[in-house]
Write a protein that binds this ligand. Structure first.
Ligand SMILES: [Zn+2]
Length: 441
């Protein structure tokens, strides 16, 4: 507990002086806000909404050009804004941002599973706001300052700031891009010797580690809780993870552009973080649907002043909950379900997993590929269907193939097909990977 005291009272404030952004104050504020009544929460949200909309029409050239007249009622004001799609954010980021210079800003690259990556910009305060939401969610999952964390991720270059945070937060970060079984086994054996309090990772990564532990009868690895992020946590994933690690899984739901949407409380409800984000669920025509009905998710970031994201369509489908109270005592509204984000894997001939994140990370370095679907045709052959202005030349094709081969240290057969349209799933979403070989991984 000594470390917890040190972290909270000295290391965090000191780290904040170094990194900036006011994180400790923001965490304290936010934890107070989550205890407000439903009425107070709504009023706070409307107030923040009005402020960010007003700021956008005054300072963002993109929104200035739309010539939207303000309304006194923030929700009515919001309804005058068009839906913002990913393509627009990609193409018009220079006009969206409200700052003339990028100095001191941090670019957040989305690695979402609904198309090519896009980029948004945050200042230090906005980065800290996002981090404060994350730490608040962790506290719902039982995290206390000073607890140790295992984190697996797909970040090839962990920034200096992140490495400093890793030390403060006693985080062991494992790069799990490849999910090689031997590497997973080694980490699992390490955990038996040096247990960690919490495990934070992408749903697919958690699942693969859990599955490896179960397959090899490693039944003595325990966490206080597991926190899932980045992908839809499928029911069979949750089951395997809880079985393997003897604890509850807390699922969180955010967009890769840094909007933190909802997280599960100790009673399993997905509470929407209304002091940070305004969430609409709308039908095909953009009209709001009622609780219990499925629709497209639109998000408005209430802390995003550098890059206003207003009615931003992130490509998910969700259902708002009819429930208005939760036994945990918090009065934040709830989501019943998030659908439409599917998690699939491809497998190399030597049984290494290829996740959506890995494919996105590799193809990010080939901007000429505008949109793509990677299809596993046989055990050893893959087809990249892609949309691009021009057909990929031999050299680019070779480089893409080599990137995968270098990463996985195996050789693959790759063929490339330029297409007009990519295959869509039933829900109408892009599928970044399709596995035609393995029915179930
Ligand atoms: Zn609750």
């Amino acid at each position: 507990m000594m470390y917890s005291f040190l972290l909270k009272n000295f290391l965090l404030p000191f780290g904040d002086k170094f990194l900036g952004g006011g994180l400790p104050k923001k965490i304290k504020e936010l934890q107070g806000l989550t205890r407000l009544s439903a009425v107070e929460l709504k009023s706070l949200q409307n107030q923040k909404l009005g402020k960010v909309l007003q700021y956008a029409i005054l300072h963002s050239p993109y929104y200035q050009a739309l010539d939207i007249s303000p309304s006194a009622d923030p929700e009515e004001f919001l309804s005058k804004f068009p839906i913002l799609d990913k393509q627009t954010v990609r193409d018009k980021i220079d006009q969206l941002i409200t700052k003339k210079s990028l100095d001191g800003l941090q670019a957040v690259m989305s690695s979402g599973s609904t198309g090519p990556p896009s980029k948004v910009y945050f200042n230090k305060e906005e980065m800290a706001a996002t981090r404060a939401v994350q730490l608040t969610w962790w506290s719902w999952a039982g995290y206390e300052y000073g607890n140790s964390i295992l984190q697996t991720g797909v970040n090839l270059n962990r920034s200096r700031e992140k490495r400093i945070k890793d030390i403060f937060f006693r985080t062991k970060y494992i790069e799990a891009l490849k999910h090689h079984e031997d590497e997973m086994l080694k980490e699992l054996h390490d955990l038996r010797k040096k247990p960690k309090d919490h495990y934070v990772a992408y749903a697919s990564s958690l699942y693969l580690f859990a599955k490896t532990a179960l397959d090899h009868g490693l039944s003595d690895i325990r966490f206080k809780s597991v926190i899932s992020l980045g992908e839809k946590l499928l029911p069979n994933f949750r089951e395997a993870i809880e079985q393997a690690f003897h604890c509850k899984v807390y699922d969180t739901y955010g967009s890769s552009e840094g909007l933190m949407v909802a997280s599960q409380c100790s009673h399993g409800s997905y509470h929407i973080m209304t002091p940070h984000v305004y969430l609409e669920v709308v039908d095909e025509n953009g009209n709001e649907v009622g609780p219990g009905e499925m629709g497209r998710v639109l998000l408005t970031g209430l802390d995003n002043y550098t890059t206003p994201l207003i009615r931003y369509e992130i490509g998910d489908l969700a259902i708002k909950s009819k429930k208005t109270t939760c036994d945990c005592g918090m009065e934040l509204p709830m989501l019943e379900e998030v659908l439409g984000r599917t998690t699939e894997f491809l497998k190399t001939p030597q049984n290494k997993y290829i996740t959506v994140q890995t494919v996105v990370r590799v193809l990010k370095f080939f901007p000429e590929v505008e949109q793509f679907t990677l299809i596993q045709k046989t055990e050893n052959s893959f087809q990249l269907q892609y949309i691009s202005k021009e057909q990929l030349d031999e050299c680019s094709q070779q480089k893409i193939k080599e990137s995968f081969e270098t990463l996985y240290k195996e050789s693959f057969l790759f063929d490339f097909q330029q297409v007009e349209l990519l295959p869509r799933s039933k829900s109408g979403k892009f599928q970044l990977i399709i596995n035609e070989v393995h029915e179930n991984v």
